[in-house]
Ligand binder design. Structure first.
Ligand code: NAP
Length: 256
């Protein structure tokens, strides 16, 4: 029997088959979970729908997380179709391109709000809607972060600040939802080539730097994030909540 047999998971953040959310979905599917997907716009639907249908997903819905009514619709549909929910994956982030290349000091008010809204606030909104469906089901909520929240990573800028807010939200949500048996965690992944990471200037250099300096002397791949997500969202992680787990070949432990 698969680790997630009988579990229902909703996945936010698949853009294509290189997305971290897709690697997580494949790991969950292989362990027996039933999956629902959202996509951020019509262009993405063309990529997400065939992937999702290919692993038997029936619920595939639009959701721009800056729109409350779209979030409400997704959870309304999940309630109607499934009645309950076991797992929520939040793998969403966005910042204006110029805010990922200009000096941080130049971040505009609008750019700051946008990065915070999409990358941090959305996690709170999704968790709030998911929680009532997860009661009495030992629910698990997981988000994706990066160590630019802890240390300065040149060009990561406003996204680092948004990830710091996201990681603090993991702890506050774990405290709020713990009494209902719901766990909330984050994976802090090392750099991986995806659509989102392509927007960060100097991303190629980041990959090179990590492979030279990480204890494991290599980069990581999305499949490795999928395996850790499986641990956190299955019974294997039953006593783990409020954590930010690094999946980064050990890079974060280095001082020099
Ligand atoms: P990705 O495939 O581009 O996924 C990012 C997703 O966020 C896309 O599906 C994107 O949709 C979605 N998104 C952006 N704005 C949205 C909105 N307003 N509403 C709904 N969805 C929206 O890139 P990824 O690298 O897998 O990123 C997934 C998560 O992992 C992000 O939180 C990222 O910060 C985190 N992470 C990535 C790395 C890395 O090196 N790749 C490392 C650590 C953490 P659109 O394409 O339509 O914008």
């Amino acid at each position: 029997m698969g680790l997630l047999e009988g579990k229902k998971a909703v996945i936010f953040g698949v853009a294509n088959d290189r997305s971290i959310a897709w690697a997580i979905s494949e790991a969950f599917h292989a362990e027996g979970a039933e999956l629902a997907f959202t996509y951020a716009g019509e262009v993405l639907e063309k990529r997400v729908r065939p992937l999702a249908e290919g692993i038997g997903a029936r619920i595939i819905l639009p959701c721009d997380v800056t729109k409350d009514e779209e979030i409400e619709k997704v959870f309304g549909t999940l309630k109607q179709e499934w009645g309950s929910l076991d797992i929520l994956i939040h793998a969403i982030a966005f910042a204006n391109k110029e805010d990922l290349s200009n000096p941080y000091v130049q971040t505009s008010r609008q750019g700051f709000h946008l990065a915070m809204d999409v990358s941090a606030y959305s996690f709170i909104a999704l968790a709030r809607h998911a929680a009532p469906l997860m009661e009495d089901r030992k629910g698990s909520i997981l988000t994706m972060t990066y160590m630019g929240s802890e240390k300065v990573i040149p060009n990561y800028n406003v996204m680092g600040v948004a990830k710091a807010a996201l990681e603090a939200s993991v702890r506050y949500l774990a405290h709020d939802l713990g009494p209902k048996g719901i766990r909330v965690n984050a994976i802090s992944a090392g750099p991986i080539r995806t659509l989102a990471s392509a927007g960060i200037s100097g991303f190629k250099d980041m990959l090179h730097y990590v492979s030279e300096r990480a204890p494991l002397k290599r980069n990581i791949d999305a499949e490795e994030v999928g395996k850790t997500a499986l641990y956190l969202c299955s019974d294997w992680g039953s006593a783990v909540t409020g954590e930010v787990i690094h999946v980064d070949a050990g890079y974060n432990i280095m001082g020099m």
